[in-house]
Design a protein around this ligand. Sequence first.
Ligand SMILES: [Fe+2]
Length: 344
Amino acid sequence: MKLKITLASMIIGAASAMAATASGAAAAEVNIYSERQPYLMKPLLDAFTHKTGVKVNMVYITKGMLERLKAEAANSPADLVLTSDIGNIHNLVAAGLLQPSQSKVLESNVPAQFRHPQGLWYGLTTRARVIFAHKKRVKPGEVATYEDLAKPHMKGRVCIRSGKHAYNVSLLAWMIARKGEAAAETWAQGLKANLVRKPQGNDRAQVKAVYQGECDVALGNTYYMGKMMTNEKNPEQKKWAASVNLIFPNQKDSGTHVNISGAGITSSAKNKAGAVKLVEFLSGDAAQKIYAEDNFEYPIKAGAKLHPTVAGWGNFKADDTFLFKIAENRAKATRIMDKVRFNN
Ligand SMILES: [Fe+2]
């Protein structure tokens, strides 16, 4: 309860501070619109303020970031946006709402695969989209690739969230980048044919369905496994997690699809320099440690330490396609999802 009150007052405080900045006060503070949750960002932003003396105001936005920034246009108080998945940030790029920035620190901390070539966005953490397979009902080797999920032996055994969700659109966009549009469509069709129920719920709900015996395998992002394994608030999630093996797909060919959470500087930023400093800080050692410890994500910075739980899943081969290339296929991916009527 105490936590709730603190977070709520932080957000309200941020909104009024942003209004003050937007109405003409000197822009020494950094204003953020964030899809990433306050519990995760607060320690990171506090550490930045502690180190630099620069105040940060954050508004947590669960839906409608694109629409809000479009409507506010040049008057937006936001200097910086933080998103999960390349999809959301790519939509902001396509709408002309982000501006490029160059930084030696960011070029060094963020691998080229995980940043925009003109510096329109930078990845801050990575996550793999993996297969969760029931420990008993799925035999070793039965499911080792994304392609396996679409094969006839998996009929009536697969659960997945909406095909329109950013995570699944990105996965299909990656499949297009890798194998072409026709093969990606055949895969989406095969996957749909194997679903035991209409796509629904979030990633964790799929693992729950495996635990309950509704399906044998599901797709989900790695950090959800960490969250379920350690969930003291909802301890039943530990049982869901314990019922499945985490499989990194396609280890013998391309490697597993990896996505990011990322940051981009708005076209309307009043404090671009401050925003760049903050992104640099978030990609640095101190912040990367907090991301890894608090959210079970993979650090973007090479050499940063993994959470022991995450390290416990073992090393894996990640696909190395540049994420901006994958993002370019997102519109095609959405069309395929519609064409195969994935959600119906
Ligand atoms: Fe997520």
